[in-house]
Design a protein around this ligand. Structure first.
Ligand SMILES: N[C@@H](CCC(=O)N[C@@H](CS)C(=O)NCC(=O)O)C(=O)O
Length: 232
């Protein structure tokens, strides 16, 4: 068996990515130290493409397996979190009840796909990445996301969450990490949440994002945030 110290974990990616955030929050909730090695995914170095065949961040390297090359690396935040859970089981971040487990995986998938596309392309790209690239924000696209594309998703989330504290069961889990990693994209781009229309989602986001694992990540992102709030 390979022995490992927790300082062996390297995350490749940029702190602005919600999927990198998902992995960093997962590590923080496990109290595992990590090193973030910045990779600009819009201009990735040649060596990175070998580790990330889909050309995506994050990639995790477990140096206790290999310090270079593909060995010891995993692409995709869900694969990374599953690996970390198996290797570092405490505290458990996946429900033990079979149905809750399945439901947590479903909400993780929903967040990583549908929600990620809307918030990622609708707000992060239009309001934050443009700014980093010295371009004008795409307010029209952001407004279309706000008024047309996101409401059906928030309607679903409002009904899925109800007034529960956590997305699944009675404990914080991967479902909360995945959902809040994407929802935090609105906080970062200073897009207001319609608290009257989706009070459950608003309270939920507030509660989960105030956990230190999230709050510390968001604090690190303050310099990237737009100077002004988005007006829908
Ligand atoms: N399914 C992947 C998605 C990762 C992903 O889409 N990452 C974005 C950054 S937030 C990316 O690398 N985009 C690069 C591109 O679209 O070219 C995961 O869960 O890790």
């Amino acid at each position: 068996m390979t022995s490992s110290t927790t300082t062996d974990l390297v995350v490749y990616g940029g702190p602005g990515s919600p999927f990198v955030r998902k992995v960093l929050v997962f590590l923080a909730e496990k109290s595992l130290p990590w090193t973030l090695e910045e990779v600009n995914i819009f201009d990735p170095p040649e060596w990175f493409l070998e580790l990330s065949p889909a050309k995506r961040i994050p990639v995790l390297r477990d140096r206790s397996i290999a310090g270079e090359g593909v060995a010891g690396t995993l692409a995709d935040s869900s694969a990374i979190c599953g690996y970390l859970e198996r290797k570092f089981p405490e505290p458990a971040l996946y429900p033990t009840d079979a149905y809750d487990y399945g439901r947590a995986l479903w909400l993780e998938e929903w967040a990583d796909t549908l929600l990620a596309v809307r918030i990622g392309f609708g707000f992060l790209r239009t309001l934050m990445v443009t700014r980093q690239m010295g371009q004008e924000p795409d307010l029209e696209r952001a407004r279309k996301t706000y008024h047309q594309d996101l409401p059906p998703l928030f309607d679903y989330l409002e009904s899925a969450l109800g007034d529960r504290e956590f997305a699944v069961g009675e404990a914080f889990s991967i479902a909360d990490i995945a959902l809040a990693s994407q929802l935090s994209g609105m906080r970062i781009t200073r897009v207001p949440m319609d608290t009257a229309r989706w009070p459950g989602v608003a309270r939920y986001a507030e509660r989960i994002l105030s956990r230190p694992s999230f709050a510390n990540r968001l604090e690190e992102l303050a310099p990237l945030m737009p100077d002004e709030a988005f007006v829908p």
